[in-house]
Design a protein around this ligand. Sequence first.
Ligand code: GLU
Length: 379
Amino acid sequence: MAKTKLDSNLTCRRIVAKFGTSLLTAGSNRLNIERMTDLVNQIAQLHDRGVEVVIVTSGAIAAGRERLGLTKKAKGVALKQVLASVGQGRLMNIYERLFEEHNVTVGQALLTKSVLVDRAGYLNTRNTLLASLEMGVIPIINENDVVAVDEIREARFGDNDNLSAMVANLIDADLLFILTDINGLYTADPNKDPSAKMIPLVEKIDEKIDSLVSGSVSGLGTGGMVTKIEAARLATASGVTVVIANGSEKDVLLKVAGGKACGTRFLPVKNKPDSRERWLLSGLSTHGKLTVDDGAALALKKKSCSLLAAGIIEVDGVFQRGDIVDICDVKGRKLGSGITNYTAVEVQSIKGAQSGNITDLLGYDSGSEVVHRNNLVIL
Ligand code: GLU
């Protein structure tokens, strides 16, 4: 199937649309076919107008629960994995049938974090997704819940919000829709505070935004607002605009793609990172953390300097020379990521020291910067 030319009235060319469980079930215990039909109709229209679309879908566990006649939320990893294995095929079957009505071909991709942590796995997955889009196929992605468990360190995304941001980072999308059952980000919890107002535009995800969402959770899905903001942070840092909106609003995908304001829009960083920088920022292969003092934080943010030992006050994790580390300020906020010239043990010994003293402290010198600015991406 060949690709259609992009309709110039649309404001996006490549999108990731994430559908959460509470949206797909319309708040019930089972998948809501009417809701899914509506979402598929909108995606098919965008596809028909030349937009490249990748769907990240939840709902496998809900579909499994329905098939097995369980009414309560699943507890325990093994049971959830059984439900996901029962439900994933059913979920795909529904998408397959609904897209068939529009003569659109879909493909299934079940991803785990451990696959993407490996740079070769990241690139292979990207190649498959981009080749699918090239052929006019819509990839439908979910986490491979059957094999991914928390116990294996960093092997699991755990929620599809973060997975969707990673996919947007991976395929260089220009727009990530996180569709859910609430209208967007509010100044307070709208269920508890009637004066809560929706925030239409977020230019930067700062401490104020973080403090609005801490502690929020939602119904059957795994992610509350916290994971949505985490996802928005990664996606916007990767150069992707993010819209969190209510998937039950009529034609919400078509409206946003046409440039209308719906839900909360998060603006991307101004300088779009290239593929290597997006990989650094993704956090997939991060081995540790360097905490820097205020002076170093300012220098990194304002002047895109290298990170010197003198500004480092704390070292976390076990990393080798050449590994990716996160750089955080004293409040623990991530400033960026970079490739370190020194191991964790070495940084422990040289932190706070002037670059000229490195040889005295270690007996050798692997460079006057701990992270050179060419190997550094600042958020
Ligand atoms: N992968 C899970 C499912 O398909 C959902 C995870 C989530 O909603 O964040 O049921």
